[in-house]
Design a protein around this ligand. Structure first.
Ligand code: DON
Length: 588
């Protein structure tokens, strides 16, 4: 199907599905877990969707002020790493749901010299953590323990991660890159509709804790558009970090405040947990797809491995001919995702604790073994699919992207898990703590907040990092930068990131269309395909249902903040996902 036809078909489908969405059932992914803050996808305008273009450099983040911070750093002569660190701290102020210093994440760096790096600053489990800590005496998982109690909090990694990146590859001082974030916290910033929408998701929770209400409610009432959010406590915390670096966070007053709050509230965190925390540099996971090189996140993220496994499975199929949203493309994508997620949940975990069979999972033999099991005309019941290396013989959150004028690129996804994490702030530190422990397996076979049914491989262990789906990614062509992409959305991060790549490479979309286009997602269990309004036409839905598929309509997920180097115009294309109205792409 031509691109024009495909977009027309999608537009026709949109109205039917927007209506159907009104009766959408509850998704099996918990609502709080999934980042459902965006508007309906604007399919009606997808055909006209155009990215922001710039010749030299580009920054795309989920909050417009953070984007401006990044662009200013680049204009002052900073490189992509300087800008990425400045943006990381700025988002902690202006995007407090997701940008953070109380959580952790991953950074993929592509240097213009050709070098590719991965920085892991994922949270670690406290040393007193145990595999059964989220179960009662009968072995049943206690609801809320891994998401709403202080047991949910992992040792945060963001501060050490950002500072380590700056030290190794930045050119500016910590004071220089943190100054804009400190000013935004101290002087405040005006809340726009996009910001209010996100705050509104947890206003009720803010009221439960006086130190949270004092910052995130206006005299007990929700903030409104046009109000100013001033965060003096956070400004003070950031000033301490700017002055003394990571040690103030891991060995000084900030660690002490978090440990005290944890002790008062039944948590396990100790000063030793903070003192022992470390970040890790390693090689990204990579794979070839139709002449492009995908550079992405290895364990403890499952993201890069799973995206690459899906791409290896679908490589021989004629996706460009089939077209976006076609019966064939949807079927083979859903099947590839089903098998790859089964492998993800069975084989992947923190590399400091488990051996990840990445080479096997990404081998041509394994992809062929899976393809041989996919029927052309029927969905495979997930009950018949097990994570298997057989046949290989031989395997809330926010994302931002930065490209500088020299061609260095930085792709960052970091998180406190749910929107506003565990919903609690330690004393007067001013920042939300994560509930990342929920990404572990609370009990083998019992789904986590993202519906992921994981195994022992991801069980809680002292000092272990929970398996993540975050997928900050850089795509190269002939060794040169082509795309920077990634997204929030828990388990859906993997399909969202993968779809942004195939929407460009296979379906010929520009960067804005590729991130705005309605999405689909299959994750092995539960055995259903999530679709956004407008992804399917009534005819393709009927054909796929006949093949055995069950669909769940979910209203807008993810926020892919992406950049593309257009190979014809040579311009950078920046795209803020239209589901995240607070965001912005800007360059020069
Ligand atoms: O690391 C992970 O996979 C999750 N903690 C990410 C959470 C997330 O994306 C929440 N946003 N919707």
């Amino acid at each position: 199907m031509s691109k024009a036809n495909m977009l027309v078909a999608a537009v026709i489908a949109a109205s039917a599905f927007l209506a159907a969405d009104a009766q959408a059932e509850q998704t099996s992914i918990s609502k709080q877990a999934l980042d459902v803050t965006g508007p309906a996808t604007t399919l009606q305008t997808l055909a006209e969707a155009k990215p922001v273009t710039a010749p030299h450099a580009m920054v795309v983040t989920a909050q417009h002020l953070a984007t401006q911070v990044g662009v200013n750093i680049l204009k002052q002569g900073g490189n992509a790493v300087d800008a990425a660190v400045a943006v990381g701290y700025a988002l902690a102020v202006v995007h407090p749901c997701c940008g953070n210093i109380g959580g952790g994440g991953f950074m993929v760096i592509h240097l213009a010299s050709g070098k590719n790096l991965f920085l892991d600053f994922r949270e670690k489990a406290p040393l007193k953590a145990t595999p059964t800590m989220f179960q009662d005496a009968q072995g049943n998982v206690v609801p809320g323990l891994s998401t709403k109690s202080f047991l949910a909090v992992g040792v945060p990694g963001t501060v050490m991660g950002l500072n380590a990146a700056l030290k190794k590859y930045g050119t500016m001082t910590l004071q220089q890159v943190m100054a804009p974030a400190i000013a935004l916290a101290k002087d405040g910033y005006v809340l726009q509709q996009g910001d209010i929408k996100i705050l509104d998701t947890r206003n009720k929770d803010f009221a439960e804790h006086p130190n949270v209400a004092a910052i995130f409610l206006d005299h007990g009432q929700p903030y409104k558009v046009g109000d100013k959010l001033v965060q003096p406590q956070l400004a003070r915390t950031l000033e301490l970090i700017a002055k003394d670096g990571s040690k103030v966070f891991y060995k000084g007053p900030i660690a002490r405040a978090v440990v005290a709050a944890s002790e008062q509230n039944g948590g396990l965190l100790t000063m030793k947990d903070f003192a022992d925390y470390s970040v890790a540099w390693s090689k990204p996971v990579s794979c070839e797809y139709r002449g492009y090189e995908v550079i992405s996140s290895p364990p403890p993220s499952s993201g890069g491995t799973t995206v690459c496994e899906i791409l290896q499975i679908i490589k021989p199929y004629p996706f460009a001919k089939w077209g976006y949203g076609s019966v064939e493309a949807t079927h083979y994508l859903a099947e590839a995702e089903r098998f790859a997620f089964a492998d993800r949940n069975t084989y992947l975990g923190d590399p400091a604790f488990v051996k990840n069979p990445i080479a096997q999972l990404l081998s041509p033999q394994h992809a062929a073994w899976i393809r041989a099991r996919i029927k052309p005309d029927a969905a495979t019941p997930s009950s018949k699919v097990k994570g298997s290396l057989g046949g290989t013989e031989g395997q809330h959150t926010t994302h931002y992207s930065v490209v500088d004028a020299k061609g260095n690129a930085v792709s960052v996804t970091y998180t406190i898990n749910f929107l506003f994490g565990v919903g609690q702030i330690a004393g007067d530190t001013g920042f939300f703590l994560n509930d990342e422990m929920d990404d572990f397996t609370s009990k083998p076979g019992v789904p986590n907040a993202f519906g992921l049914v994981q195994g022992r491989i991801d069980e809680v262990r002292p000092g272990k990092r929970p398996l993540s789906s975050m997928t900050p990614t850089v795509v190269l062509r002939k060794g040169k930068l082509f795309m920077v992409t990634g997204s929030p959305g828990g388990s859906t991060i993997i399909s969202t990131t993968m779809e942004s790549i195939i929407n460009v490479v296979d379906f010929g979309m520009n960067m804005q269309q590729a991130v705005d286009a309605p999405r689909m997602h299959q994750q092995w269990l539960p055995d259903l395909v999530m679709v956004e309004p407008g992804y399917l036409t009534p005819a393709t839905q009927a054909a796929l249902e006949k093949m055995g598929y069950t669909f769940k309509m979910v209203h807008a997920w993810g926020a892919d903040e992406a950049i593309l180097r257009n190979s014809k115009t040579h311009l950078l294309e920046g795209a803020n996902d239209d589901r995240r109205t607070s965001g912005l792409a800007a360059g020069y």
